[in-house]
Design a protein around this ligand. Structure first.
Ligand code: ATP
Ligand code: MG
Length: 180
């Protein structure tokens, strides 16, 4: 029995995350999704609450016929202790999937198997790009699963992201967005 962990901030949850999780769901028997920086919301790079992100993820994963545990993880701002913090908050897991270099390093040092999924259409599928598109009034709806679009509509998420935008942000004229 393999229980796998996947951690992200999911600001918002998008099709790249969905692609990775569908891949993990084929390899693992149970999934644990950790919502990182859970204490943050209403900030330009972290507009949505942990509860809103939980709603996005659980609705988008309804078709997965395996147990899925979605767990908010607050920052502790102490990297050397972070893996212990994550383990204290999550069901026991056997392996973690991550593309984040710090996450990879910390779990590797703790002796936990880390698998790195390939990036999927990263030029468009990034939280940073999606938030920029929301601010600039460009199409973002196709970059997230339909249930996530519905949640963002329900919570009036686009107007929140626009209201939080930095004054000095400029929208790209040619529709080109930098992947971050
Ligand atoms: P942001 O731009 O706000 O940092 P993000 O798209 O990087 O958003 P995160 O929540 O930071 O999303 O990432 C969570 C995990 O998802 C990380 O391990 C990251 O490598 C992975 N990930 C993000 N985008 C993709 C993608 N397009 N394909 C595959 N994995 C992705
Ligand atoms: Mg990121």
């Amino acid at each position: 029995m393999i229980r796998a962990l996947y951690i992200g901030r999911f600001q918002p949850y998008h099709n790249g995350h969905q692609y990775v999780i569908e891949h993990i769901a084929r390899e693992a028997d149970e999934l644990v999704i950790g919502i990182g920086s859970a204490q943050l919301s209403h900030e330009p790079a972290d507009p949505f609450t942990a509860g809103e992100r939980m709603l996005m993820i659980t609705r988008a994963l309804q078709m997965i016929k395996k147990p899925v545990y979605v767990i908010p993880l607050e920052d502790i701002n102490r990297n050397a202790l972070w893996v212990s913090h994550v383990r204290a908050m999550t069901p026991p897991f056997h392996q973690i999937y991550s593309g984040n270099p710090l996450v990879i390093r910390l779990f590797h040092e703790a002796g936990i198997t880390v698998l790195t999924p390939a990036m999927y259409e990263r030029a468009t599928l990034s939280g940073t790009t999606i938030r920029e598109r929301m601010i600039c009034g460009n199409n973002w709806e196709d970059l997230v699963p339909a249930p996530v679009y519905q949640v963002i509509q329900e919570i009036d998420g686009v107007s929140r992201v626009q209201a939080l935008a930095r004054d000095d942000m400029t929208c790209p004229e040619d529709g080109e967005y930098a992947a971050c």
